[in-house]
Write a protein that binds this ligand. Sequence first.
Ligand SMILES: Cc1cc2nc3c(=O)[nH]c(=O)nc-3n(C[C@H](O)[C@H](O)[C@H](O)COP(=O)(O)OP(=O)(O)OC[C@H]3O[C@@H](n4cnc5c(N)ncnc54)[C@H](O)[C@@H]3O)c2cc1C
Length: 367
Amino acid sequence: MKQYDYLIVGAGLFGAVFAQEARRAGKRCLVIDRRSHIAGNIYTEQVEGINVHRYGAHIFHTNSKEVWDYVGRFATFNRYTNSPIANYHGEIYNMPFNMNTFNRMWGVVTPAEAKAEIERQRAAAGITEPKNLEEQAISLVGTDIYEKLVKGYTSKQWGRPCDQLPAFIIKRLPVRFTYDNNYFNALYQGIPNGGYTAMVEGMLEGTEVRLGVDYLQEKESLDALADRVVYTGPIDAYFGYRLGALEYRSVRFETEVLDTDNYQGNAVVNYTDAETPYTRIIEHKHFEFGTQPKTVISREYSAEWKVGDEPYYPVNDDKNGALYAQYRALADGEKNVLFGGRLGEYRYYDMDKVIESALEAVRKELG
Ligand SMILES: Cc1cc2nc3c(=O)[nH]c(=O)nc-3n(C[C@H](O)[C@H](O)[C@H](O)COP(=O)(O)OP(=O)(O)OC[C@H]3O[C@@H](n4cnc5c(N)ncnc54)[C@H](O)[C@@H]3O)c2cc1C
């Protein structure tokens, strides 16, 4: 008999939820992570008493009562509502595009006036079949919003001008004809008091965790410890990139402590002009209504990705979709390994969806 029922590779949200449920069902689990900390990409660390989201801002939102109740077992959530603002050369606009945005842009007051203006701009552009992202965006929201709020931001995000990007990247642009600045349409939303790391710590309570251990470097000896493996690392890395590397977009963060108690008055500010090199500035304390004397900000720069860099956003085009399907077929042949999470399944997963997916996987697994 092996020492553990499950070796769980990755102490991120998928691995932690799986471990919590398997342990509650009486299974013996070992969780490992190659990083020096738990919580994967939702890791928060304290700097100047402020919970800093090291791998990018994370706002929990869900429509699922089951998931909301689930996370509520491990953390108390505050009332944070995501209302990002856009800074275009010093002009401030509310996001997502709503009546506050339209009023600031054109002076319109009623939804009928806003709709008429968008319609007028769409008609004037005369685009029937958008051939690229620029045409797609203009056909959805008109020229002004595109020029000031979409063009610079999106080209920085993808590292290419919008007329050289495929139209499919923007299927829809949420436009709201109410004065509602709440970014997410979710029923439940908030930030865990005390940060995400404490929440994941709660999920992993009672489970053995080893940090700084890279599964792929010690695969044989680690496999010998457990009957089954739950792998939440990159699927292509598992197979030694033998079919080639799946592509990602990456993000670089420049984090700074500032000697002021309030730098930008909002947690998230998007810089939508093309000239500012970063896409956003996050001021972490505002996620938890912090009153500390100092503040911590992170400038986010969109970055090209190469093997070895931190993978953030999968590139869901046909080429990568086909490559993933090939890796998936190889994964199906690994009878003792369950591939899960954002890297194991090469897909963008919001936190609530990754929890749902881990709960489903563990239910299937334990029967
Ligand atoms: C920039 C950004 C912002 C986001 N913002 C939001 C948001 O606001 N709201 C929201 O709901 N979701 C957000 N998400 C999504 C969220 O980050 C994911 O849902 C979540 O992190 C997925 O958890 P996971 O366990 O699948 O992956 P991860 O958190 O990446 O965990 C995988 C773990 O596996 C470890 N690992 C990999 N390979 C090995 C190996 N060989 N050996 C040992 N360990 C290994 C890694 O170190 C990592 O800790 C955002 C994502 C990004 C990229």
